[in-house]
Ligand binder design. Structure first.
Ligand SMILES: Nc1ncnc2c1ncn2[C@@H]1O[C@H](COP(=O)(O)OP(=O)(O)OP(=O)(O)O)[C@@H](O)[C@H]1O
Ligand SMILES: [Mg+2]
Length: 217
């Protein structure tokens, strides 16, 4: 269970987030919507423990991220979280397989080769295992980004604008891939976006709307 409790975040005298609260059961999806500058990426960084709230708390079950040591937090993030970014952040000079191996070796996850192969196969990348990531097509690169996020079977998958650079067909494929992969892991899919296509695909599911707050003088 993720508890985001009265989370506020300020920077340079500007309050970006004001008392954001929600609870999310592991496995349940959450869509976070809001205009540019409303604090979507900031909220994702808070939920992942990359930054700390100015007030309030982010807890996973009984663990308050702010109370964890840096190394425990890194380990928790590596074990429990997967990320898909708008700009994919693949490592172009490594092969497809090496990108996945790196994703699981940094948090020292003991993932058998068969699991890597299964993930590559599910995402249609097995034949491209030894190709450099920098040489992939846009669609292949997106699938590798999803593979990297899910190969370690995380409990929480965070996606920052995963579809904003995509045409309709690729955006739909991306949303379906993310949903399927999250279901297979039993993970929560947490997507921040201002893309209406994602909103339509998540009709009827939990949704949090952020407002843009005016800058104070
Ligand atoms: N480290 C920082 N220093 C100063 N301002 C920051 C910092 N981080 C975020 N901000 C400001 O906080 C506001 C929210 O930023 P954030 O990136 O979370 O918005 P967003 O909703 O993700 O926007 P977009 O849809 O454009 O990605 C912006 O006005 C941004 O300039
Ligand atoms: Mg953003």
């Amino acid at each position: 269970m993720l508890h985001c409790q009265s989370v506020s975040w300020s920077v340079e005298n500007r309050q970006i987030l004001d008392q954001v609260s929600f609870d999310l059961k592991k496995g349940e999806p959450l869509l976070i919507l809001g205009p540019s500058g409303s604090g979507k990426t900031t909220l994702l960084s808070l939920l992942a423990g990359l930054i700390s709230p100015s007030a309030g708390s982010v807890r996973y079950n009984d663990q308050d991220l702010s109370a964890m040591s840096r190394s425990d937090l890194d380990q928790f993030r590596g074990q429990e979280m997967g990320f898909v970014f708008q700009t994919l952040h693949l490592i172009g000079f490594l092969t497809v397989r090496q990108n996945l191996l790196l994703a699981v070796s940094l948090p020292e996850k003991d993932i058998p080769e068969t699991k890597i192969d299964q993930t590559l196969k599910r995402l249609g990348l097995l034949e491209l295992s030894d190709q450099k990531a920098g040489k992939l097509s846009t669609g292949e690169a997106q699938r590798l980004a999803v593979a990297r996020a899910v190969v370690g079977s995380p409990g929480w998958i965070f996606c920052d604008e995963p579809t904003s650079a995509l045409d309709d067909a690729n955006a739909e494929a991306m949303i379906n891939l993310l949903k399927n992969e999250a279901d297979l892991c039993g993970a929560s899919l947490i997507i921040v976006t201002h893309d209406k296509r994602v909103r339509n695909a998540f009709e009827g599911r939990a949704c949090l709307e952020l407002e843009k707050r005016e800058a104070r003088a």
